[in-house]
Design a protein around this ligand. Structure first.
Ligand SMILES: Nc1ncnc2c1ncn2[C@@H]1O[C@H](COP(=O)(O)OP(=O)(O)O)[C@@H](O)[C@H]1O
Ligand SMILES: [Mg+2]
Length: 378
């Protein structure tokens, strides 16, 4: 028998908050999601009260695991920030290094990177369908080709597509009952919100729920040693994205845009959003740039061309490269055979590797060692 939300709430009534009140009466509880025996919710408390609440979080998790029919429970403690992030970051020519210093001066970020993870970068876009996930995956593979150890965290709650792009099937294994082992694909360590939630239910993952999933994917996964973790962010520049950008200790953000004016306006919003929370913008990628006809070899600029480069210049952020609109990219991407891994000597792989090099340089370089060979099944 599957557990119900009512049963879970009833059990939570036995848990006491630090002030002695039953947990459901305190107002810190998010919506409780019960799906297929898995229970998720979060507790949003004052940052200063977090130490007092941690035992409550643990107790709530243990209690919920004891409800018949519950196979796993995840309770996240989310700290409500007292002031909000500084808005002082000037929109102008800020180098990533200067932005990083500004960030440092703004005080510690709310969250720490998981141990062993050297840098976390977000791949973001103003809107969906611009090739954000395709770019994230191929950028990750490009970084790996530079000899770096790379993880991919798919945080796109609206359409987690990394499992498909990397042809990863199945569920992650647990280690020691609570922690998850990342999946692996093409030499990348991967965790996706798609592994944790059913496809039909993502829309309930709003607000604090999103945060608890993200917290779980960051902290309750055995990431091990990573040089860079690439996060495929949800599209858009709304509150959900802003909260995420604040919760994850980001070393920088890569903005993906198509060349049209409308997409560029969204990209601009994205850049402004990251600057507001003092995350350095590592640069812009123009995706679906020039189309080269596979039949005649002629070039046409379906969505225009070069808009992102000009925009980058105007906003004083690095331009990372342009990826052509090409059937081969769409086909390999959608078939789970990302072009950087499956056609490493081709022209597209070279483009993504160049983008990866620029991103690495923006992050302050790093040891270059040859990537171990991976075997790709045809
Ligand atoms: N440069 C490109 N050329 C051709 N098709 C592309 C390119 N980039 C992405 N696509 C295709 O466009 C669609 C949307 O890409 P996706 O990466 O899922 O976008 P997003 O994550 O922004 O929603 C996919 O079918 C993908 O294969
Ligand atoms: Mg996507």
């Amino acid at each position: 028998m599957a557990a119900t939300k009512e049963q879970v709430l009833e059990r939570l009534g036995e848990i006491r908050a630090p002030d002695g009140r039953p947990l459901p009466a305190t107002g810190v509880l998010s919506d409780v999601v019960v799906s297929d025996g898995k229970v998720f919710f979060s507790l949003t408390v004052d940052a200063a009260a977090v130490p007092a609440w941690e035992p409550v979080r643990k107790a709530a998790e243990a209690a919920v695991r004891g409800v018949p029919g519950v196979t796993s429970a995840l309770v996240a403690l989310t700290a409500e920030r007292a002031g909000g992030a500084g808005r002082g970051s000037p929109i102008g020519r800020t180098s990533p290094a200067a932005a990083a210093r500004a960030q440092h001066q703004a005080g510690p970020r709310p969250a720490q990177a998981p141990e062993g993870v050297k840098a976390i970068i977000a791949v973001a876009s103003g809107k969906g369908g611009v090739g954000k996930s395709t770019t994230a995956v191929n950028l990750a593979l490009g970084l790996r080709a530079l000899g770096l150890k790379i993880g991919v965290l798919d945080a796109d709650i609206y359409g987690p597509s990394v499992p498909k792009l990397l042809a990863i099937r199945g569920k992650p294994q647990t280690v020691g009952g609570t922690r998850l082992k990342p999946m692996s694909g093409y030499g990348l360590s991967v965790m996706s919100i798609g592994f944790l939630i059913e496809e039909e239910t993502p829309m309930i993952w709003r607000g604090p729920m999103v945060m608890s999933a993200l917290t779980q994917m960051l902290r309750e996964v055995e990431w091990g040693e990573l040089d860079v973790m690439v996060v495929d962010m949800p599209p858009g520049t709304g509150d959900a994205q802003l909260t995420m950008a604040q919760q994850v200790p980001l070393a920088g953000a890569v903005i993906v845009s198509t060349p049209q004016d409308l997409a560029l306006i969204d990209a601009r919003r994205g850049i402004a959003m990251f600057r507001r929370v003092n995350v350095p913008v590592l640069g812009i990628v123009e995706n679906m740039s020039t189309f080269i006809c596979p039949h005649c070899g002629g070039r046409s600029d379906i969505f225009g061309h070069g808009g992102a480069r000009q925009e980058a210049e105007r906003l004083g952020v690095p331009f990372l490269g342009e990826v052509p609109l090409d059937l081969a990219i769409r086909e390999t991407s959608d078939a789970g055979r990302p072009v950087v891994a499956t056609d490493p000597d081709g022209p597209h792989a070279a483009i993504f590797r160049r983008i990866a090099e620029r991103v690495r340089d923006q992050l302050g370089g790093g040891p270059v060692r040859p990537a171990p060979k991976i075997v790709i099944e045809a």
